[in-house]
Design a protein around this ligand. Structure first.
Ligand code: EPS
Length: 396
């Protein structure tokens, strides 16, 4: 079973993540994780913090000489900005030095509910952990999960479909969706990770306008895989459904407000005949294929051999440079919401984080199905299993 936790405050000394359940003998080095960590820092609309952080990852456990040990893997990412916050974030008591306290909650942020819940007087005690800085750790752990999935040939990618009112007008071509490498190149060629260059330019413009107005923007992104093995997840119990696990994983990302699988909400507007994906007999009547993928690769909570398609909606960042009305919790008087340095739009970054969460969730489902303490055992279990779209009774 694969489990993971993260720890660390946004301006504390470091971020830490632990993942266990990755089999022994898998090739793993920090270089393999660095590309995703760099991508997460990119995207037009990010704030000044991204120039400070390098997000270089270090292993503290679980890896030796480039191979996993089967023991828990610990990753650590230093917060370089801590040097500017060492008094405020000092773990030791500091009498008479309260640091930069925050008393006015930002509408839309965890500030208020978190302060009431944990009885904090200083909202910094909430916002430091609620911050999306934590997602750097998820991307590091997601990179480990990505390597694990790659052992089975599973690939995960993502792209941005909408920023505010600017949206890709037509579906991305099937040809491009079928070539994940090319799709990735197109995404990386865009400042906002949108594979359509013209739309990408309009998205950048929309973010620029929002910045000018002291406002922020959200958007929609999509995560997609190549065809998955059949049989990840299960219909037998509510908490084993793969779509349920993916929805939870995506909704756990800061500022995410909606998740759709495949056709998602659109399927509720159509007749069944326009929604469900017909079966077609393939080559030699031993294969079965589908004429479309409205299900997004999951039926009955089980992967069905099609690519997984998950769409994720992100709300606009809640720190506004033209702040909304709020209340100073220390005086009870009206006050504009606190302004903390922040991003204008973090949808491109969220696409990388969503990929990481998809990798982690799929890795959990893969390990549930195939198990294995070593890579050899894991692969032997996989090769002994029925995971292809086949007509079983015709195969002998
Ligand atoms: C964030 C506020 C900003 C973002 C941060 C998330 O941080 P700061 O207040 O230090 O400028 O840059 O994101 C990251 C640091 C990151 O690595 O993604 C927030 O309030 O959630």
């Amino acid at each position: 079973m694969i489990r993971f936790v993260t720890a660390g405050e946004s301006h504390g000394p470091a971020l830490v993540g632990i993942i266990e359940g990755i089999p022994a003998g898998m090739d793993l080095s920090v270089d393999m994780l660095q590309h995703d960590l760099s991508r997460r820092k990119m995207g037009y609309g990010r704030g000044g913090r991204m120039k400070i952080e390098t997000d270089e990852v270090r292993f503290l456990s679980g890896v030796r000489r480039g191979k996993t040990l089967g023991s828990p893997i610990t990753v650590v990412l230093e917060n370089r900005d801590f040097r500017n916050w060492d008094v405020d974030m000092d773990p030791n008591p500091r009498e008479g030095e309260p640091g930069r306290v925050v008393h006015v909650p930002r509408p839309g942020h965890a500030d208020y509910a978190g302060a009431v819940k944990y009885a904090h007087q200083d909202l910094r005690n909430v916002l430091e952990r609620a911050s999306a800085r934590e997602t750097a750790t998820r991307v590091a752990l997601g990179g480990i999960a990505r390597r694990y999935l790659a052992l089975l040939g599973i690939e995960v990618c993502s792209y941005v479909l909408r920023i505010g009112q600017v949206e890709i007008p037509a579906p991305i071509s099937e040809e491009l969706l079928g070539d994940l490498e090319r799709l990735r190149e197109m995404v990386m060629g865009s400042e906002v990770f949108c594979p359509d260059p013209a739309v990408s330019a309009s998205m950048v413009e929309a973010i620029r306008e929002a910045k000018k107005a002291g406002d922020t923007l959200g958007g929609i992104l999509e995560v997609r895989t190549n065809p998955l093995p059949v049989g990840l997840g299960s219909y037998v119990q509510w908490d084993q459904r793969l779509d349920g696990a993916l929805a939870r994983a995506m909704m756990s990302i800061q500022a995410i407000k909606g998740v759709e699988i495949g056709l998602g909400f659109e399927s509720s507007r159509r007749f069944g005949s326009q929604v469900h994906d017909p079966f077609i007999t393939g080559e030699g009547a031993t294969e079965i294929v589908r004429s479309r993928n409205n299900a997004g690769g999951v039926e009955g909570g089980v992967s069905n051999g099609q690519p997984l398609v998950v769409r994720v909606a992100m709300k606009p960042i809640s720190t506004l440079y033209e702040p909304l009305p709020s209340v100073d919790l220390s005086t009870g008087k009206s006050a504009p919401a606190t302004i903390e340095r922040s991003d204008i739009c973090a949808v491109p970054a969220a696409s990388v984080v969503s990929e990481a969460m998809a990798c982690l969730t799929l890795a959990q489902a893969v390990s549930e199905k195939f198990g294995g303490d070593s890579v050899e055992e894991f692969l032997a279990h996989f090769h002994a299993s029925e995971t292809r779209n086949s007509i079983r009774w015709n195969r002998k």
